[in-house]
Design a protein around this ligand. Sequence first.
Ligand code: SF4
Length: 241
Amino acid sequence: MSAIELHARASKEFEAKLAEARAALQRAAAEFSPATQASSLGAEDVVITHLINSLALDLPVFVLNTGMLHKETLDLLERTEVASRTPITVYEPVVESVVHFVRREGKDAMYKSVDLRKACCHIRKVEPLERALAGQRAWITGLRREQSGTRAEVPLVDTSEEARTGRAKFNPLANWTWGDVWHYIRVHSVDYNPLHDEFYPSIGCQPCTRAISLGEDFRAGRWWWENEAAKECGLHVKETA
Ligand code: SF4
């Protein structure tokens, strides 16, 4: 059974949530230019890229190729680059940093400690993200409140970091359910990562992602050997005083 057959069930307020997501993207393009979408090519992100393309918005997309992505994700990236109207830019980690880290800590360093896992995420994700966001006034993500306890308060438009970073964060699907996401994918025949058909709701790097079982948390397949509070890669972590 595919992820579409399993999950595509829109909530009652789906049309209102869709209108809200479209309005958020239009606002990002009109009032926060230059703005860009950060895409992991997960289900939420392919929906957002589809919305950007269908609204013909001036919102380019970037993808972080960590060098550790699944083949299925890389294949989807290739197809997206061909099919997307809005440009897709791929950012990669600094080769020397990766080589030194792997030589020093080993290629399985992420399993040895939270600190080493975060160091790997810093080299492969956080630093390339900083380059991707340089000069941008807003970025658009696929965060949803339902995804995990740490994301339960995600607002539609987050300006809390704007004074420090000069950037707002738009989360147009903040109020969407997993069923809403798959309903959109089905209705619009959006191309998606086939790993979702194998019970991967959240897809990251190959060594740090596994399939989950029915009833497990959405993010249970990410860094499953760590406790819940540590489970962010640094991309969406707020500075605390
Ligand atoms: S998710 Fe895993 S492999 Fe990817 S950057 Fe983080 S620690 Fe490294």
